[in-house]
Design a protein around this ligand. Structure first.
Ligand code: ADP
Ligand code: MG
Length: 485
């Protein structure tokens, strides 16, 4: 990368998963393993059908726009983007161009990367409908309209990102925002997030503020995982630098490529001169309508605490380390789980310790999500309480936790089964101590003379309780009983 600066701009598509129905149709908005079940005639472009705007989808789009500090429109409008492909049977997609204003323009997003803050300008965010999905087989293809008309948010950044790591950190922050704001599950494994990645390189010494100095942009279409985004960018940087070094860069035209997971390369699709003319025009079947200030205000007030705010609270109010707070808020489901344990009375630190040191490790190792875990927040709180009340030792509690998860039984049942209950009852322990001391008067003498026989007494108590006596209470009682003699 010596001598070059990298410019990256992202177009991030995220399906809104949290509406009941599609963006312009009353078909269910939901994932199904069975093709072509969530459909209405309009999703297949039947004549005589008309779009009806889903208010909730617009509300969520405006919410995202507000979170990104964008300017919102006073009027909502839609446009037709005309193209001919089987995934869009109407022969056009209902979307929004940037003029006058889609759901948002001129925003920004700030995120942390390696302890530093990075701000990326948002060019615009707009609401559109997703296309159907095609599956290709040896001699035929199938079409599934379940996805046709699912509300889709497209976010376009300025080319402010400078590396693959920055691009991935940006996407992770956006995913978190979509999840925390209740807009989308934003699960790339369900195909809910897809990105177009734009990459160019330029002479390091030139001023990047002046677009005249920017290099030729290459667009990589439809990258559907964050790992793919990282690999595609790194591959493309190398490829463009090589073109500079071997003198072919100036012939390189602005082009669209695609990321090929199998060969781990980007592959040429089309040159920009062959760009499709989409002949945008205003969608005549959806009248432009006013977005009132009251509605905007209601939406603004409905924005919940996002990951960054929860992280601040965890550090300031709960005394967690920055690392622990960050690990917990990274996944909304984990953060919700954590807050649930606090509501049930767990100490913030104890609960955070369990989550970060034991539970997350278990989830990672077994590639599970917290919702798949048998251990509920209530069970975790019960376990923490048992340690706190001295019923089991903290060492035993780890074993109990593993057994709860693996055998799918409540902590109390496991404790009974393992017989690991800790004895913390003063009288029970005292009776055993007295008996041990009575049996070894000579060793009490030795102890008084300064010989270490104390550990022997502790050992005897442990032996007769099969290791279940509370160790600190045992030590204290032995001391008291020796002094009495
Ligand atoms: P297009 O005309 O191809 O749609 P735009 O100017 O609308 O291009 O930009 C689309 C995306 O490409 C945006 O995310 C933008 O940040 C990015 N982009 C524009 N120019 C460059 C560049 N020179 N290098 C990298 N990304 C760029
Ligand atoms: Mg688009």
């Amino acid at each position: 990368m010596d001598g070059y600066k990298v410019l990256i701009g992202l177009e991030m598509h995220c399906e809104i998963s949290e509406t009941n129905t599609k963006v312009f149709s009353s078909a269910k908005n939901g994932y199904s393993d069975i093709p072509n079940v969530n459909i209405r005639p309009i999703d297949m472009g039947f004549p005589g059908t008309l779009p009806v705007v889903n208010k909730k989808a617009v509300e969520m789009a405006l919410k995202a726009s507000m979170i990104l500090g964008c300017e919102q429109p006073d009027y909502m409008f839609f446009e037709r983007k005309n193209y001919y492909y089987p995934d869009m049977p109407k022969n056009y997609q209902i979307t929004q161009e940037t003029k006058p204003i889609p759901v948002g323009i001129h925003g920004s997003l700030t995120f942390d990367l390696d302890g530093k803050k990075k701000t990326v300008r948002i060019n615009n965010i707009h609401l559109e409908e997703d296309a159907a999905s095609l599956d290709h087989y040896g001699t035929f293809s199938t079409i599934n309209y379940n996805r046709a008309g699912v509300p889709l948010l497209e976010l376009v950044t300025e080319p402010d990102l400078r590396s693959a790591s920055e691009a991935v950190a940006f996407l992770e922050t956006m995913r978190s925002i979509y999840q925390y704001a209740g807009i989308s599950e934003a699960d790339s494994r369900k195909g809910q997030i897809r990105c177009d990645v734009n990459v160019s390189i330029m002479d390091e010494k030139l001023d990047e503020k002046d677009p005249k100095n920017w290099g030729t942009k290459v667009e990589i279409k439809n990258v559907n995982s964050f790992g793919g985004v990282r690999d595609a960018i790194n591959f493309e940087i190398e490829r463009q630098i090589e073109a500079k070094e071997n003198g072919t860069y100036d012939e390189m035209e602005q082009q669209t490529r695609r990321w090929d997971e199998d060969s781990f390369t980007t592959i040429f699709m089309r040159s920009k001169v062959d760009a499709i003319d989409y002949r945008y025009f205003v969608e005549p079947n959806i009248p432009k309508y006013k977005i009132s200030e009251e509605w905007k205000e209601t939406i603004r007030k409905s924005i919940p605490k996002l990951a960054s705010e929860r992280k601040e609270i965890y550090m300031k109010d709960y005394g967690l380390s920055e690392y622990d707070a960050k690990v917990i808020v990274k996944d909304k489901a984990i953060s919700d789980y954590y807050e649930e344990t606090l509501k049930l009375g767990a100490s913030p630190k104890a609960s955070a310790n369990w989550l970060t040191s034991v539970i997350l490790g278990y989830l990672n190792k077994n590639e599970l999500e917290i919702k798949d875990l048998y251990l509920t927040p209530k069970m975790l709180v019960d376990l923490i309480d048992m340690v706190k009340d001295g019923k089991i030792s903290s060492k035993q509690s780890k074993e109990v936790l593993n057994k709860v998860i693996e055998q799918k039984q409540e902590p109390m049942a496991i404790v009974k089964k393992l017989g690991v209950t800790q004895i913390s009852d003063d009288k029970t322990i005292r009776d055993i101590v007295v008996k041990v001391l009575d049996e070894h008067p000579d060793l009490i003498e030795d102890h008084r003379k300064g010989k270490n026989t104390f550990d022997f007494f502790v050992g005897q108590v442990m032996k007769s309780t099969r290791g279940q006596a509370n160790p600190s209470l045992t030590a204290q009682i032995i001391k008291e009983e020796i002094e009495k003699r």
